[in-house]
Design a protein around this ligand. Structure first.
Ligand code: TEU
Ligand code: CA
Length: 565
């Protein structure tokens, strides 16, 4: 396998709006990111992905871009951005921007011109179609609810397509001029010295442009827009062209956000010469998806979760690709609240979850606050939420007969705002995030869970993450964690999350095997090892395991990282 510069890197996602506010307006900014580079460096981070910082009306928190070439003034200026890049470079760190090109904002000049003259040049930048029988051209439900076709104002029967909010019109990738504009923009940013891009919602760029209607899958008479996307073929042609015209020239790192990929296409997406460097493994996150939204989201067992992750590991390995492993991101509830059983929702459990996730084969991506074990946040009313998708899901829950209490409970479990509450830097006012009023209220638990407290305590979650990242990158073990085969262990045991990473002899003469053993159960568990322990590399608890032993006992919530003989 050809080695790439990013194979052994550890990445961190920043949600800039909620990271650190330096001017008291309650909104995190670029200066705040720059201020915390040393904090991230100390954590062992190499790559930083910034959620969108472009000019935007923030209907979908910046995922609705009004100008791809300017920085949103809430975040600062282009000078601030260039300064951040420079400071990151000084520390040997890479910056990824968020590439949101399935759609733009309705405030983008292209869309405004398209609305002025739907039949003209810019009309061709979007999907504008005639209605059918006085109704929308087809019956797609947008991802944020409601029909995905919106009337073009001032016309009798024209509609434009938006798979997300109506303020996020989809760009017409079939139009070569649109693609050229996008590639030009990507290269413009790459020329500044980015490490690469995280690529948003990218599977959606290929439509079935016959736009057929489908059998409704809900009482609203609509069918999920995903149905039409699954029915589209040839997204790979767009992705290859984009890669050739942009990323490849820069040896950039790209991470795709890909849902609804056709399974047999994995190799083309992330194999050795894939469309992307890597893509996120969402196998655990989709387990919870219900048929009609959040109010009937599925409960899943520990075993289902573990097996889904193992399955993804094996598939990626089979195609010689690397997935990007996450616990959470800005669209998902906090991993500590979601994946840990009740008895494990404490520091030991958070460290265990960190270990089993970060030592998997692939590129680990941490999300801001994960390293201190931030949790979901309870709200008293829907008015306390900001997220467009949360509001839609709440409405849908009520329409489907949930009580107010039930509808709110499903937001607590699922809301994207769980991860968007501001970063908890200290126990001071507003968690040290801002001297003003935070744009989204803090999680009140910032007084207990915060960076400052954890920095001062050697056994904190934060200090454990630092050790964990350092272990993954330690010169003696790095090759095993990066290139070692993933081998599942004790799969028949119900509460055990265990695997080994095995590196056969390489050209450089390195080989070795490291076992990761974790007990997600309530009771202690004894495990017999195939080979005796050589050394305990890391554990989240005092451990009795010693060199030479072939039996280890794991307490509830204990994880062990072992080098075996
Ligand atoms: O998310 C896109 C995305 O595909 C899912 O969140 C989607 O709504 C769901 O899986 C439907 O199957 C990205 C961003 O991460 C998110 O924050 C944006 O809201 C969205 O794209 C639109 O840009
Ligand atoms: Ca600010």
């Amino acid at each position: 396998m050809e080695k790439k510069w990013w194979h052994d890197k550890v990445a961190y996602q920043i949600y800039p709006k909620s990271f650190l506010d330096t001017n008291g307006d309650g909104i995190g900014d670029l200066k705040g990111v720059t201020e915390k580079l040393d904090y991230l460096k100390e954590l062992g981070i190499d790559i930083i992905w910034l959620s969108p910082i472009y000019k935007s009306p923030f209907v979908d928190q910046g995922y609705d871009i009004a100008d791809y070439y300017s920085i949103g003034e809430e975040f600062g200026t282009m000078e601030d951005f260039d300064h951040l890049l420079e400071e990151a470079k000084k520390r040997g760190m890479y910056i990824l921007m968020d590439l949101v090109v399935n759609h733009c904002s309705d405030q983008h000049v292209w869309f405004q011109k398209a609305m002025e003259d739907p039949e003209g040049r810019y009309g061709g930048y979007f999907y504008i179609r005639k209605g059918k029988d006085g109704k929308e051209p087809a019956n797609y439900r947008s991802y944020f609810g409601g029909n995905a076709w919106e009337p073009v104002p001032g016309t009798k029967d024209l509609y434009y397509l938006h798979l997300f909010a109506k303020e996020q019109p989809d760009l017409n990738w079939e139009n070569p001029e649109v693609r050229r504009e996008i590639y030009k923009m990507i290269n413009w940013w790459m020329d500044k010295g980015l490490g690469g891009f995280r690529i948003d919602a990218i599977i959606n760029i290929k439509k079935n442009i016959d736009f057929p209607s489908y059998e409704p899958d809900g009482p609203d008479g609509l069918a999920s827009a995903a149905r039409m996307i699954e029915d589209a073929h040839g997204v790979g042609d767009f992705l290859e062209e984009m890669k050739r015209e942009t990323f490849q020239k820069y040896d950039a790192f790209t991470v795709g956000e890909v849902f609804n990929m056709k399974e047999e296409e994995l190799k083309e997406f992330i194999g050795e010469d894939g469309h992307f460097s890597t893509m996120f493994d969402f196998s655990a996150h989709t387990l919870m998806q219900g048929s009609d939204g959040w109010h009937n989201s599925r409960k899943f067992s520990f075993r289902e979760w573990r097996d889904a992750l193992f399955d993804a590991q094996e598939k990626a390995q089979e195609v010689g690709g690397f997935e990007a492993n996450i616990i959470e991101n800005h669209d998902e509830p906090r991993g500590a609240s979601r994946f840990l059983p009740e008895w494990a929702q404490k520091e030991a459990g958070k460290k265990m979850l960190a270990t089993t996730s970060m030592l998997l084969r692939g590129i680990p991506f941490l999300y801001q606050g994960q390293e201190i074990g931030m949790t979901n946040c309870r709200r008293n009313s829907i008015d306390e939420y900001d997220d467009i998708s949360t509001k839609d899901q709440y409405r849908q829950a009520l329409a489907d007969g949930c009580s107010l209490e039930e509808a709110l409970a499903c937001c607590y479990e699922n809301s994207r705002d769980n991860a968007r509450t501001p970063m908890q830097w200290s126990g001071d006012a507003n968690g040290g995030f801002t001297s003003g009023t935070p744009w989204l209220a803090m999680n009140p638990n910032f007084r207990e869970i915060n960076v400052k407290e954890q920095e001062s305590r050697p056994d904190s979650v934060l200090n454990y993450y630092r050790k964990l990242v350092a272990l993954r990158k330690a010169p003696e073990y790095k090759d095993i964690f990066t290139y070692g085969r993933f081998v599942p262990l004790y799969e028949d045991l119900d509460d055990i999350f265990a695997y080994s990473r095995v590196l056969e002899e390489t050209e450089e003469g390195r080989s070795g095997e490291i076992r990761i053993l974790a007990n997600y159960g309530k009771q202690p568990c004894a495990l017999t090892l195939e080979k005796p322990v050589k050394q305990v590399l890391l554990s989240n608890m005092e451990t009795g395991a010693k060199a030479g032993q072939t039996e280890v006992t794991l307490d509830s919530c204990q994880v062990l990282v072992l080098l075996t003989q």
